[in-house]
Design a protein around this ligand. Structure first.
Ligand SMILES: [Zn+2]
Length: 426
């Protein structure tokens, strides 16, 4: 078993992989310069585990503040850090500290040295190349969402959530200004969406991204343009009212209608659409809104759209398996998954390999807003996939050659085909 795992892991470590999803600053020069290591590493994820462990929001704000002495902030964090250190988020940071900065253990004895090395590396520059290329061996990352991102590292998806769910009166005004045309009706609104989508495609957009599971359930009913028009008129009237700065909630019929229109546009162009499903980042949200099975009607209707279902659907891993098994256009994306719970990711992958064809799964998307986290995540992902595959070999489900073939599909060939990415430069 040990030997099988080691052999498969060695093969996987040699792969130059595709990263299906990141939120990193668009280039190294866009990286925020104010935070130190605690400020940057506690931007998201592990900070939520600290809050979940009992850290107060006010204490977290103080712990992020680089003007407060580092050791004072560490004292504040230490008990919660200790409590959360073995979660996927905690382990990803520990792996990054070790591999990127040579710090074997993050504690009161090492935090100052870790910070010194962190600041030194940022000062030196070339950190994106060091982390993403040299250490993480990532061929390309799909960024959410910036078409101007550094092409050495990124291609980009685009979001049109503002068209589907224009939660603010300014949405109409913003589009009018951007496109230099006035908008009066849902028909105008739909044409504006089409114009912007085609412009983004021309500029290299590789897929559409939808993050609306943070705001509403993923069930989008079929509604008529007339029903949508009523909601649109409310929004439009509000855009011209004196207090136009206040957000309003647009009618559900309008949102549903616009999602169907967006998918019809994607369908006609054979595009992939990345859907947030499962766990929402932060402390507190409605998980049932993000159940991937709510997308079944869209999967049935828009057959030319490749639905890339994010985050393993966590905790709906069996539901997502049923979708990927049933629908030729449903794909499982493990982005974020290996750090939400490494164990859940391994177990789910073991089950999917039995139920879902192996060309339907993408193994890795870092999903970080800061670059150092990506290293730890991709390392956990490589080990997890090696563990799941070696277990299958041990059970005589398939041999080593097949295991390595599947590993290459999951990390490279599947996302490459799904997003129509260019093959690597020779
Ligand atoms: Zn994300």
């Amino acid at each position: 078993m040990e030997h099988t795992f080691d052999t498969i892991l060695e093969f996987i470590e040699g792969l130059s992989i595709i990263d299906t999803h990141e939120h990193l600053p668009a280039s190294e020069k866009h990286r925020p310069q104010a935070p130190d290591v605690l400020g940057e590493w506690l931007t998201h994820y592990f900070s939520c585990d600290l809050v979940s462990a009992g850290l107060q929001e006010a204490q977290l704000a103080r712990a992020r503040d680089p003007h407060v002495p580092l050791m004072d902030r560490w004292q504040l964090l230490a008990p919660y850090w200790h409590a959360a250190a073995s979660t996927g988020y905690g382990r990803a940071l520990a792996l990054s500290a070790q591999a990127l900065y040579g710090i074997d253990r993050i504690d009161s004895g090492t935090i100052e040295e870790l910070n010194r090395r962190f600041l030194e590396a940022r000062e030196r520059g070339g950190h994106y190349r060091y982390v993403l290329k040299q250490k993480s061996r990532i061929r390309v990352s799909i960024l959410d969402a910036n078409l101007d991102a550094d092409p050495e590292f990124f291609v980009s998806v685009c979001r049109f959530d503002g068209y589907v769910c224009p939660t603010h009166r300014r949405a109409i005004v913003g589009v009018q200004e951007r496109l230099g045309r006035t908008i009066h009706t849902v028909r105008d609104w739909k044409e504006a969406l089409e114009t912007e989508l085609d412009a983004a495609l021309k500029r290299g957009m590789v897929a559409v991204k939808c993050g609306l599971a943070y705001k509403r359930p993923l069930f989008f009913e079929k509604t008529t343009e007339a029903a949508a028009e009523a909601g649109f008129n409310e929004l439009f009237a509000a855009a011209n009212s004196p207090d136009w700065r206040d957000p309003i909630r647009p009618a559900k019929a309008l949102q549903d209608h616009m999602m169907h229109h967006l998918l019809a546009l994607a369908d006609a162009r054979g595009l992939a659409v990345q859907f947030h499903t499962g766990l929402q980042e932060g402390n507190g949200n409605v998980i049932t809104d993000a159940n991937p099975v709510l997308l079944a009607n869209l999967l049935l209707e828009y057959r030319n759209v490749r639905f890339d279902l994010f985050h393993m659907g966590y905790p709906y891993m069996q539901e997502i398996a049923a979708l990927a098994k049933n629908f030729p256009n449903a794909y499982i994306d493990m982005c974020w998954g290996h750090i939400i719970s490494p164990e859940a990711a391994r177990r789910a992958l073991g089950e999917w390999l039995d139920a879902v064809p192996a060309n339907k799964i993408s193994a890795f998307g870092g999903d970080y807003v800061f670059v150092d986290g990506v290293y730890g995540h991709q390392e956990l992902a490589r080990r997890n996939v090696a563990a799941a595959l070696s277990e299958k070999v041990r059970q005589d489900c398939f041999d080593m050659d097949r295991a390595c073939e599947i590993a290459r599909w999951l990390f490279v060939d599947n996302p490459e085909a799904l997003f129509g990415l260019r093959p690597p430069a020779p």
